[in-house]
Each structure stands twice: as structure tokens, then as C-alpha cells.
Design a protein around this ligand. Sequence first.
Ligand SMILES: [Fe+2]
Ligand SMILES: [Fe+2]
Length: 365
Amino acid sequence: MPSTSQYYLPPSAAPKLEALVDEIQARPGELIDVNEIRAAADQLNVRDVVSSLPEGFSEEDFTGVLKLAMLTECATDSYGAVFEEGAKKWDAPWLGRFNKDVWVPDEHTHYTPYKPMLLSLGFSEEELEREMVEIREKHYEHCCGDTPIELTTYGVIQEYLTDNWHGLIAQLLRERAPYASHCANLVKRRETLHTVWYRDMTAVMVEENPDMLSMVTDTMLSFEMPGTSLVPPLGNRATEWMGKLEVDFKRMAIDFVRIFSEAAGTMRRNGELLVDIAVRRGYKMGPFPPKLVQRALNLLGGPGYGLLGEAVLERVGLPLPRDTDRNQNSGMRFYTGVYEKIRAKARTYVSSRIDLRSIIGESAA
Ligand SMILES: [Fe+2]
Ligand SMILES: [Fe+2]
């Protein structure tokens, strides 16, 4: 695929992105009421959960999971600043406005339920406050590029993973501390919305300049959770804890394929994105090296990539967009009759030969 790795948006993009942020501001969803949570702090006692933790998951693991949530959330300003700077540098007032008026104030509410939970586990107020101050003052090294499309792609991944993290906590707390579980779910719901918002911003930019798909790949490949650099002793254990809690990595991988195929916007671009990832990860696509596949598909143009985009969705069991769907655009005109039958056979053939690791990494193995 053409890869310029250059950030450029045509003049038609800004009004669309401004309108998207207007839309978000008009319908921000239900925000978290911190006063309500603080008033119910006594119901955030999670001491009883300790005796019902899953086999092999210790109290130390449990407190680590909660602390990672609290500390990552309270460090919002560190990565919020990266978005602010990127928005200024690349002249994206829509992103600056979204960051300052919507995202940062929302994120500031997310650590609220976790502090009383940790207090109930024996941590002192001073200790927690000190740790939060330390983390806020720490220098944050951003993993990825600072152009708007790289920032929103980072947003998609970070929000999706955070959504899962709060969901994991809600699950752990569900039986013994239902109100605490409810609060974790309130945070989770915010992260779900954030994922969708960043996905839509990414989709608009890709639509306006498809050459920037390679910057989406850049970000996917160099992504690191903020907790990894801000709280390494905890952040580095996240995958281990997820494993102990039997997180369904395959489902997460499938979610990623779904979210990014939506961000890509068309089957053709979905195929391009996936091939680019496979090439850069160095995985084979069927019997051929991905670079060769990429070269062949570039010669073929749209239809090849479109078919591949569909084949990947089929491979992970996601439904294909319907023929009438405006996103269905594989560069061919006839999707009915004999042609569609042949096409479906080809798709299934390709699908059965895709090594999922090429797209979603080792977790799919
Ligand atoms: Fe958050
Ligand atoms: Fe978020």
C-alpha cells in the first residue's frame, strides 16, 4: 500500500472533525458523579473480596490490579498534555477542544472509586495520596507519534484496554462488593464511549487521507500502555494478572479486528491495514511472504485488498457488512449471483490460510 507516513488532511477534513466533536459535546453520555461515589465510600469496602479471589490470584495481585487502575487514571494530565501539544503542533483545534473540554475532565473522575477500595484493604490515605502525587509529577514518555491520527489511534487502543481493565475489576468485585463493582462498571462504560469516539475520529481522518493508514499501523506496533512507563512495577504485570484471571485474549483480539476494520471504513482499506501489519510484524500470509502478497495486491488494486479484508473478518467470525452497507466497497460492482458465489469461495479459501497472529499478535495463538 502507498505509505508516505506523512500527516496531511485536506481542507474538507476540519469541518467534519469539528462536527464530530460538536456531536460528542452535545451527547457526552452519563458522566460519573464523584460526589455520589464519595458519599457512598463505606459501600466501597472490598475486604470481603479477598477471601473469594480465584485460585492462584493473591491478595497482592488484587491490590496491584486496583492500584494500577487508580494510578493510571490519576495520571491523566500527563498523557492529556501529549494530546494538547499534538493538537497545537498539527493545527487540530477540534482535538485540542475535545481533549481539554471533554476527555480530561471525564478522566479526572475515574480514579475516585478506587481510593476508598484501597483504603479498605489497609492502605493509608497519606500513602495513596503520596503515590498519586509521585505519579502525577513523573515524566511521561509517550510511546507513539504525536500527529492527530497517531494520537487518536493511541486513544482507541488505550481506551479499549482500559475498558477491559475496569470490566475485569467489576467482575472480581461482583459477588462480594456489588456497589464497588457497579462503580467499576460506571468507569468501564465511559471507556467504552471513549473508544468509540477515538475510533470515529480515526475513521474520518483515514477517509480523508487513506495514505495515513500506515500511521495507524505505526501506532499499533509501537503502542504501550501509559501504566507501563508511569508505574512499571505494576504496569509490567498487567498481562500476568490478566492471564491469572483467565481473560479471553482471543475475544480481545477479535474486538481489535472489529474496531480497526470500522476505523478503516472500507473493506479495501481494512485489507490494506491488515497486510501492512502482517508485513511489519514479519508474519507469513498463507504460503507467501507478506511483502510479496502486498506487492501482488498493489498490482491488483482494490478488489484484492477488499477480498482480504472480508477474509479476515470471516476468519475471526465477524459478520461481513451487507451488500447494501455503505462501507461495503471492494472496488467491484456485482455482488450477486455467480460472481458472489465464486467470490465467497475465494474468500473462504483465503480466510482458511490466514495466520491470525499476523494481524493480532501472539495472543491469538
Ligand atoms: Fe479512564
Ligand atoms: Fe478513557
